[in-house]
Unconditional design. Structure first.
Length: 373
């Protein structure tokens, strides 16, 4: 005989009088599934499309945390310059054109003087010109003088000598007009402002620059930079002084890249040099500079930490020396005791063995201490 009782948590029991277990979760909701559906034999069940559900984690429920995309670090801003400021060749003429213009101007002045009758007799004899009384210096003669003089000055004033490995950046009233990379005697418009730029491969050895190692210890680093000017227009007009700009780029890169002291981990120096080269080249490229390598030439501790780091290095070397000496002494004692025992020269119990090891250790350490440099 069985009796049915109503559970306190279920005041309204089922109609058949069975007892339900207490709910473990108070807000639990259940759905009844017909039994015949569990054993239904369906050869081709219809697929049910499932969508991935993203559930937020609630405190204390044990649910899986919500998957979130990792935050993407913002990229370091790249310096921007005028996109139209790109090097292009300037219009120049051979030097013979300037020489010819200067000669024509000088000849025009001589002809005007002969026309006005003011040419000295000696010049008439040298130039083998016939004597001419002339009409005097009138408005026409002065205009001819002005035209001939302007032609001569314009022709001779534009003569320039181009050199290999150097260029001129030309601008007129602040506007870029082109770059001259040619060598030899050239004629350049004398109204244009010329700025000479060195195009050769250059090595720059910096002064001691503040830096830090991987542990944050202050260092002073002397850097050797191999670079050259690639775009003369940007190197001259995009910044006030491209050499100063390159120096600032090197200092900024040293503030971001840790530098190791000589004798550090193998490959750390090459990795630091590669990172410095990459950073400086990326910062200097927008202003027309091409950086090939940035190598730390000398690395030393900063003056404020040099004494402390020197004492620390000496202590580390001393500890390393002591450890090597102790290892050698222990090996020697072990070898001596083993040989004595295996050859049957002595028979030792545990107490005698420990005493012998102690005496040998003291003797070997004393001997090493006397012979140590």
């Amino acid at each position: 005989m069985s009796t049915t009782t109503s559970h306190p948590s279920e005041p309204d029991g089922p109609a058949d009088g069975t007892v339900r277990p207490a709910r473990l979760i108070q807000n639990e909701s259940t759905t009844e599934i017909p039994v015949h559906l569990l054993f239904r034999d369906d050869p081709d069940p219809a697929p049910v499309p499932l969508k991935p559900a993203v559930v937020g984690r609630r405190q204390g429920t044990g649910e899986q945390p919500r998957l979130r995309r990792p935050a993407i670090a913002p990229k370091r801003p790249v310096p921007q310059v005028d996109p139209d400021l790109v090097e292009r060749p300037a219009t120049v003429l051979p030097g013979a054109a300037g020489v010819l213009a200067g000669a024509c101007g000088a000849a025009g002045c001589v002809a005007t003087s002969w026309w006005a009758g003011v040419l000295p007799p000696l010049a008439l004899e040298v130039l083998r010109l016939p004597a001419y009384a002339g009409a005097g210096l009138g408005p026409a003669q002065w205009a001819a003088y002005a035209a001939a003089g302007a032609l001569g000055l314009f022709g001779l004033g534009g003569l320039a000598r181009g050199r290999t490995g150097r260029a001129w950046v030309l601008d007129l009233f602040g506007r870029y007009r082109g770059t001259v990379r040619r060598s030899g005697l050239l004629w350049v418009n004398p109204l244009l402002l010329r700025r000479r730029v060195d195009m050769r491969l250059r090595h720059w050895r910096s002064e001691p620059v503040p830096a830090a190692d991987g542990a944050g210890v202050a260092l002073r680093v002397v850097v050797l930079v191999v670079w050259r000017v690639r775009d003369t227009a940007r190197a001259t007009l995009a910044v006030d002084d491209h050499e100063t700009y390159l120096r600032e780029c090197v200092e900024a890169a040293l503030a971001r890249v840790p530098v190791q002291m000589p004798g550090g981990p193998k490959g750390a120096g090459d990795a630091a040099a590669e990172a410095l080269t990459r950073l400086v080249a990326a910062d200097a490229a927008p202003v027309g500079l091409e950086v090939f390598s940035v190598q730390p030439a000398r690395v030393e501790y900063a003056p404020e930490v040099a004494a402390a780091m020197h004492r620390r290095r000496i202590a580390a070397l001393d500890a390393q020396h002591r450890a090597s000496v102790l290892t050698s002494v222990v090996d020697s004692v072990e070898d001596t005791v083993t040989r004595l025992t295996m050859r049957g020269l002595v028979e030792l119990d545990d107490y005698e063995r420990k005493a012998l090891v102690k005496d040998l250790t003291v003797a070997f350490c004393a001997g090493r201490g006397e012979t140590a440099p």
